[in-house]
Design a protein around this ligand. Structure first.
Ligand SMILES: Nc1ncnc2c1ncn2[C@@H]1O[C@H](COP(=O)(O)OP(=O)(O)OP(=O)(O)O)[C@@H](O)[C@H]1O
Length: 237
C-alpha cells in the first residue's frame, strides 16, 4: 500500500494541503482530481519524495518514509511521469527509456530489449530511433510512461497523461492505463482533468478542493456526489 496519513503542506503560511489521508494498493487505478490549485501536484510530490510534508506521514508498504529523498522513493518502487515530459531531448526515444534500465544495473543489451518491449506496449516502437526533442507532446507522454515502467515500479504516478490528446488518443491511453495494475502489478495514481478518462479508468477517485479532501469513492459515487458537482464537476457531470 501507498499511504498518506494526515498530510499537511504549508508554503509561507498558505496551506496547500490540509490533513489529507488516502491509501491505495497495487491492484488499482486511483484518481486524484480537483480544480486548479486544489493541491494535487503538491500531494503527489509528497508521495514521491519531491516535497517533505509539514506534518503527517507517507507510508510505503507500511514503512515510514520520513527522511527519504526522491531517489530512495524511486528505488523503493515509486515511478512517476511529469506534466512536461522531462525527456533527454538530444537522445533517441529508445535511449531515453534504456538509460533508466542501465541506471538500475542492467546491461545495455538487456536494457535495450526491455525498453523496446515497453515502447511496443505504449504503441511507439516505430519511433524508437526518433530524437526525443522532435516528438509531439502526446508521444512524449508515452515515452514518459515507458520510462516510469522501466523501473518495475510498485506504484506509478501519472501527471495529466491525457492533456492535449484527441479523443482517439485518449481511448488508447485509457486501455494502457487500465491495464497497468494487471500486467505490471503496479498501482496507478492518476492526476487528470479529462473526466471521460478519469471516470473510464479509475477504480476509486479522491477529490481535493482547496487542499482538503471533499470526497472519495467509485466513479459512479463521485459523479453523483453533490459537493463534488458543486466544487468541480459542474456541468461536466
Ligand atoms: N513551491 C510552492 N510555493 C508556494 N506555493 C505553492 C508551491 N507549490 C504549490 N503552491 C500553491 O499550493 C496550492 C496547490 O497547488 P498545486 O500545484 O498542488 O495544485 P494542483 O491541484 O496540482 O493544481 P493544477 O491542477 O493547476 O496543477 C496552490 O495555491 C499553489 O499556488
Amino acid at each position: 500500500m501507498l499511504t498518506a496519513e494526515d498530510v499537511v503542506v504549508q508554503f509561507d503560511g498558505l496551506t496547500a494541503i490540509g490533513n489529507v489521508s488516502l491509501s491505495m494498493g497495487r491492484h488499482e487505478v486511483f484518481g486524484l482530481i480537483g480544480p486548479n490549485g486544489a493541491g494535487k501536484t503538491t500531494l503527489v510530490n509528497c508521495l514521491t519524495g519531491f516535497q517533505v510534508p509539514s506534518s503527517g506521514r507517507i507510508l510505503l508498504g507500511g514503512e515510514e518514509t520520513a527522511g527519504w529523498k526522491s531517489e530512495r522513493f524511486r528505488k523503493a518502487g515509486i515511478g512517476r511521469t511529469f506534466q512536461a515530459g522531462r525527456l533527454f531531448r538530444e537522445m533517441t526515444v529508445v535511449e531515453n527509456v534504456e538509460v533508466t534500465g542501465v541506471g538500475l544495473g542492467l546491461t545495455r543489451r538487456q536494457a535495450r530489449a526491455q525498453a523496446m518491449d515497453l515502447l511496443e506496449w505504449v504503441g511507439i516502437a516505430g519511433k524508437a530511433e526518433t530524437v526525443a526533442g522532435t516528438l509531439p507532446y502526446t508521444d512524449e507522454r508515452r515515452v514518459g510512461m515507458a520510462r516510469a515502467l522501466m523501473l518495475g515500479p510498485a506504484f506509478v504516478l501519472l501527471d495529466e497523461p491525457a492533456a492535449g490528446m484527441s479523443d482517439a488518443e485518449c481511448d488508447d491511453l485509457m486501455h494502457l492505463v487500465a491495464a497497468i495494475p494487471r500486467i505490471f502489478t503496479c498501482g496507478v495514481l492518476l492526476i487528470e482533468h479529462n473526466m471521460r478518462v478519469v471516470m473510464g479508468v479509475c477504480d476509486r477517485i479522491h477529490v481535493l478542493d482547496g487542499g482538503r479532501t471533499i470526497a472519495e469513492g467509485t466513479p459512479q459515487e463521485i459523479q453523483r456526489n453533490e459537493t463534488v458537482i458543486a466544487a468541480y464537476l459542474g456541468g461536466e457531470a
